[in-house]
Write a protein that binds this ligand. Structure first.
Ligand SMILES: C[S@@+](CC[C@H](N)C(=O)[O-])C[C@H]1O[C@@H](n2cnc3c(N)ncnc32)[C@H](O)[C@@H]1O
Length: 280
C-alpha cells in the first residue's frame, strides 16, 4: 500500500466511522483489507478505494470494509470494577427510594457492544441484582457499527475459554452448556437474551435506534479510536440521549478530559448527567 493509498483509505474510514488511523497503522490496514482485494479480484488499493466509493461499492462493500477495520476486542466482565460500581452504587442511586427510576425500570445502552460480551455481562449483573431489588427490570440496547460482530452477539454462543471470566454461580444460572457437537460451547439463556436488543448503529451518525432516554450508558473502549472533535460531538449527542441522573461508563484508558461536556465526574471513568438537568 502506497502512502497515497493509505491516505485515501484512512480518510474514507475517518469520514465513515470516525476511526482515526495514524500513519503507523498502514501495515495493519493493508493486512486487514488485502483479503477483500483478492475476493473482489482487484489488483491495487487504489482500485479498491475507487470501487468502495462508487455507488455500487458503497452499497455492497463499504460495510465489509468497516467490519475489517474496526477492532473488536472484548470480554465478559471486562474492567470488572465497573460492574461492582453498577451493583453497589449505580442501581441503588437510580432505583432506590429517592432515585429517578423508582419504578425499577432501567434503560441501559451498550454503545459499542462488539460480539456481545458487554451487554450480556450487564444482563447477568442486572438479573442477579433482582435478588436485592425485586422490582428491578432492565432493557438493554446494544449497538455496534460492525455487522459481523452483531451476528455473533445475536447467536449468543461462546466458547469455554471466552466464558471463563463469568463467575461460577452466574455461569450456572445464565449459560446453557452445549451437548454433543456443541460440547465446549455455552449459550446465554433466553431470559437474558430477551433483555437485550441488538442494532446496527454508527455512533458518529447521531441517528440512534431508540426514542427513550438512557439511565445507564456503557461507551467503553471505542472513543480511543476517535479524535477530539469526534469525541466532543459524540458526547454531546450521548448526553442528550441520557435521562437526568443517568450514568456514563467509559473504558479504563478513556476520560472526558480535554473534551467540552456537561457531565459530572463521579469516579475515574464514571460520569453522570446532573440530576437536576433539564431533559433535552
Ligand atoms: C474494542 S471494541 C469494545 C467493545 C466493548 N465496549 C468493550 O469495552 O469490551 C470497540 C467496538 O467499537 C465498535 N465501533 C468502532 N467505531 C464505531 C462507530 N463509529 N459506531 C459504532 N461502533 C463503533 C467496533 O466495531 C468494536 O466492536
Amino acid at each position: 500500500m502506497s502512502d497515497k493509498e493509505f491516505r485515501l483509505l484512512s480518510e474514507l474510514v475517518y469520514a465513515e466511522c470516525g476511526i482515526k488511523l495514524e500513519p503507523g497503522k498502514k501495515i495493519m490496514l493493508a493486512g486487514r483489507l488485502s483479503k477483500r482485494l483478492r475476493a473482489l479480484g482487484l489488483s491495487s488499493f487504489r482500485e479498491y478505494h475507487d470501487y468502495v466509493t462508487s455507488p455500487e461499492g458503497r452499497a455492497s462493500e463499504l460495510g465489509n470494509m468497516i467490519d475489517r477495520v474496526s477492532t473488536n476486542k472484548t470480554e465478559f466482565f471486562r474492567e470488572r470494577h465497573h460492574f461492582d460500581v453498577l451493583v453497589d452504587e449505580t442501581i441503588p442511586s437510580l432505583v432506590g427510594p429517592d432515585g429517578p427510576c423508582r419504578d425499577g425500570h432501567l434503560n441501559v445502552w451498550s454503545a459499542a457492544c462488539s460480539t456481545g460480551e458487554e451487554p450480556y455481562t450487564l444482563a447477568m449483573v442486572l438479573a442477579d441484582a433482582r435478588d436485592k431489588w425485586p422490582r428491578l427490570n432492565a432493557s438493554i440496547m446494544a449497538t455496534d457499527i460492525n455487522r459481523e460482530v452483531l451476528q455473533h452477539a445475536i447467536r449468543a454462543v461462546y466458547s469455554k475459554t471466552i466464558v471463563q471470566p463469568v463467575p461460577a454461580h452466574m455461569r450456572t444460572r445464565y449459560l446453557l452448556r452445549g451437548k454433543g457437537e456443541k460440547d465446549g460451547y455455552y449459550r446465554v439463556v433466553p431470559e437474558l437474551r430477551k433483555m437485550v436488543t441488538f442494532r446496527h448503529t454508527n455512533l458518529i451518525s447521531g441517528d440512534y435506534p431508540f426514542s427513550c432516554t438512557m439511565d445507564v450508558v456503557f461507551c467503553r473502549n471505542v472513543i480511543i479510536y476517535f479524535d477530539r472533535p469526534t469525541q466532543t460531538e459524540l458526547f454531546r449527542r450521548i448526553y442528550a440521549k441520557m435521562s437526568p441522573g443517568a450514568y456514563l461508563f467509559l473504558g479504563h484508558a478513556e476520560s472526558l478530559q480535554g473534551i467540552e461536556h456537561k457531565f459530572e465526574w463521579t469516579a475515574p471513568t464514571i460520569y453522570r448527567r446532573p440530576v437536576g438537568a433539564e431533559r433535552s
